[in-house]
Write a protein that binds this ligand. Sequence first.
Ligand SMILES: Nc1ncnc2c1ncn2[C@@H]1O[C@H](COP(=O)(O)OP(=O)(O)OP(=O)(O)O)[C@@H](O)[C@H]1O
Ligand SMILES: O=P(O)(O)OC[C@H]1O[C@H](OP(=O)(O)OP(=O)(O)O)[C@H](O)[C@@H]1O
Length: 215
Amino acid sequence: MIKIAIPTGRIQKEAIEVLKRAGIPTKNLESASRELAIDEENFRFFLAKPMDVPLYVYYGTTDLALAGSDVLMEVSADLLELVDTGLGRCRMVVAGPRSLKARFEGNEKELMWLRVATKYPNIAERHFASKGVQVDIIKLHGSVELAPQLNIADCIVDITQTGTTLEANDLTILEEVCPVSLKLVARKHGSSSYWRECLNITESIKNIVGRMKDV
Ligand SMILES: Nc1ncnc2c1ncn2[C@@H]1O[C@H](COP(=O)(O)OP(=O)(O)OP(=O)(O)O)[C@@H](O)[C@H]1O
Ligand SMILES: O=P(O)(O)OC[C@H]1O[C@H](OP(=O)(O)OP(=O)(O)O)[C@H](O)[C@@H]1O
């Protein structure tokens, strides 16, 4: 039996669609209401919080998973990235009020010390450390765009896709951190039959991802 973890939330539908188009049976998964472990043929699917998905794979509870690259970077789990589906595409950015723009565009050392609100403390820490900017990280669980308005942070590190949330909260992009997309990952150790199954699934997904822009 192959076990696959799928993130809940906004990326869940696309993740299930990838599996379906790759020929993996997803009928039970699609009709599930509150079940979190779902069996179909020789597959067992787990629906998990996006940030927890890599851990299930790392600890060997699941063989494969679809996970956002934001989450993979944040938890730094030691996993194999098999396919970049190119779906769930968005960007990790530093954003803040327009008044900060000039300081970001000028000499970064001038920034010296920033309060940064984010759901991604590790990504934020690494990003600013690589630039030699000192930061205090304020870990939030969502609605991160509120933090500068409430003056608990100078700027944020968060995902943006359409830019609507930033604009609605009077924030602008100050710096790009990295692109984000949905990836197929596997744990590093397994039997040869495990690898055969993983490779079959990897090939099937690779074959369909280029044609999935219409999901
Ligand atoms: N605006 C966005 N556009 C595209 N993809 C996004 C966007 N926001 C998040 N994602 C992707 O979807 C994944 C899940 O996002 P979501 O916001 O549902 O997670 P979450 O807030 O941790 O979940 P929950 O809302 O269940 O607490 C993210 O890890 C990211 O890869
Ligand atoms: O650029 P946009 O298309 O507006 O998308 C960006 C928003 O989407 C995500 O939030 P989500 O809706 O997942 O809520 P959250 O703030 O609770 O994480 C992200 O954290 C941004 O807030």
